[in-house]
Design a protein around this ligand. Structure first.
Ligand code: UTP
Length: 473
């Protein structure tokens, strides 16, 4: 077999092995192992199209328009349609056709938390970690529908072992171990502005996760799609690791997906403001897609309709239903039939040509990433369903400010207060609508307004509300 060193030399990437001869055997092996994971054809291609000759996004006011979506207002106008969707979704769940999928391979740099993001304590009173909230939501669905929901979790090389240990230490939060499948996503090297692969040490390539879109490849490569096939699962409910409000398995959403015979369905919320940095559901050249905030011309971001609503208002919250076949198709496709890569300029510590370790002050490198929503243009009959931000989306992205632990805590407390109000228990609130007492409702007690009202009414002696109360199953 040809040593990867020669393959790298042939592609002008021989510097990766510059220190090879001076390394101890274990480090030589490590570098060789890493090098073998690098697809040099792919890197050549990406350097050519994203570094040497980057094209602009090609998005203009002439080839892009807002995507159609099912408005939440139709829930009042056409309740039968929503009830029917819910019934269809519940049937699919009972029939064991649905699995859950969390993308948890990100580096979480903005939050600055030491550990996998899923281990971040997020619930407002008891400080349950994100993974536990999802586990309890899945358990509640399993119990209600007397079914099993396998849970796939994509980690990355950097956080896989810590994530697995976390689940083991917590006995899989009461879920059956055999139904939880953790697997790491792929990696891809960062390059400098000349397209040269960076090293972070004499024996280490600067590898980083290949983006949440890498999940489609990873689902196929890890055998997850095969497990789904063997179990008769054809719908994967996908969500990100940082949003405690997510409905991990939503029967209504599943019902709309099925009724529309969609291969890929997505949830959207109305954008908070024209400048909110979220991807937008659009139609480009006739195909539904998500366009990144930075790629949508500013005048379009601000354009309004006659009633004052933003014309491009459908913000993506990264909640999707994928048909298994679409994952299989895209996850094993050759590059032209698979998700495109995007390039991002980032600060990546590296070893310079003198072998010195440099921590750059400014972006020095290009990282390549795939985005899961880029599957949309490949999907038959994609569907976008509106939901309410306060009900389903309050992620923990930043250490402070918007989308931070503080705002997520506030939004969880407000949601629990609304559920209590629906059961006839009004909580005193501050002027911003945040309840004056912190009361937490665990998914085991109830996982929706409806189930809360029923569970609360079933209590013989409802507890006295007080600050710090946690309602458990
Ligand atoms: P983000 O875009 O918020 O990135 O990921 P991040 O890496 O978590 O955080 P920053 O940007 O470094 O602060 C959104 C979701 O996609 C997952 C994340 O774990 C999160 O659930 N993700 C992101 C992956 O699984 N893999 C990736 O390569 C990137």
């Amino acid at each position: 077999m040809i040593h990867p060193r020669h393959l790298f030399e042939d592609r002008g990437q021989g510097h990766v092995f510059r220190y090879f001869d001076e390394l101890p055997p274990a480090q030589q092996d490590e570098l060789t192992r890493q090098a073998l994971t690098v697809d040099l054809d792919e890197i050549d291609h990406l350097v050519e199209i994203l570094v040497n000759n980057p094209a602009d996004s090609g998005i203009t006011s002439h080839n892009v328009e807002p995507a159609e979506y099912i408005s939440i207002s139709t829930r009042e106008q056409n309740p039968q349609q929503w009830q029917q969707a819910k019934a269809a979704g519940e049937q699919a769940i009972r029939d064991g056709r649905v699995a859950a999928f969390t993308v948890a391979g990100g580096q979480g740099t903005r939050l600055g938390f030491d550990g996998p993001k899923g281990t971040f304590p997020v619930s407002p009173v008891s400080g349950k970690p994100l993974f536990q909230i999802f586990a309890e939501k899945l358990a509640a669905t399993e119990k209600r529908h007397q079914c099993t929901i396998p849970w796939f979790i994509m980690t990355s090389e950097g956080n896989h072992d810590d994530t697995l240990s976390f689940f083991q230490e917590h006995a899989y939060f009461g879920l059956k171990k055999e139904n939880i499948h953790l697997f790491p996503q792929g990696t891809i090297p960062a390059v400098d502005s000349n397209g040269k692969i960076l090293l972070t040490d004499k024996h280490l390539i600067a590898l980083s996760p290949d983006g949440h879109g890498g999940s489609l490849r990873a689902l196929v490569r890890s055998g997850a799609t095969q497990i789904m096939k063997d179990k008769g699962i054809d719908i994967l409910s996908c969500f990100q690791v940082d949003n405690p409000l997510v409905k991990c398995i939503d029967p209504v959403f599943i019902g709309f997906h099925l009724n529309n015979e969609s291969q890929l369905s997505s949830k959207m919320v109305e954008k908070r403001s024209p400048d909110e940095k979220v991807g937008m559901f659009c139609k480009k050249d006739g195909s539904t897609c998500v366009i990144e905030y930075s790629d949508l011309p500013v005048e379009l971001q601000h354009e309004t309709e006659a009633n004052g609503d933003l014309r491009f208002r459908a913000g993506s919250i990264a909640i999707h239903l994928f048909n298994r076949e679409l994952i299989e198709q895209l996850g094993q496709a050759a590059s032209e039939g698979s998700l495109p890569f995007h390039a991002a300029r980032k600060k990546v510590p590296f070893l310079d040509t003198e072998g010195r370790f440099v921590e750059p002050e400014e972006a020095n490198a290009i990282k390549f990433e795939m985005f899961i929503f880029d599957a949309l243009p490949f999907a038959d009959r994609p569907l976008v369903l509106e939901t309410l931000r306060e009900v389903e989306f309050s992620p923990v992205k930043n250490a402070e400010g918007e989308d931070s632990p503080e705002t997520s805590r506030r939004d969880q407390l407000r949601k629990f207060a609304r559920w209590l109000a629906a059961a006839g228990v009004e909580m005193p609130v501050n002027s911003d609508g945040t309840p004056k007492m912190a009361v937490e409702i665990s998914p085991g007690f109830a996982d929706s307004k409806e189930t809360f009202v029923a569970a609360w009414k079933a209590l013989e002696t409802p507890p006295t509300l007080k600050d710090g109360l946690v309602l458990e199953a």
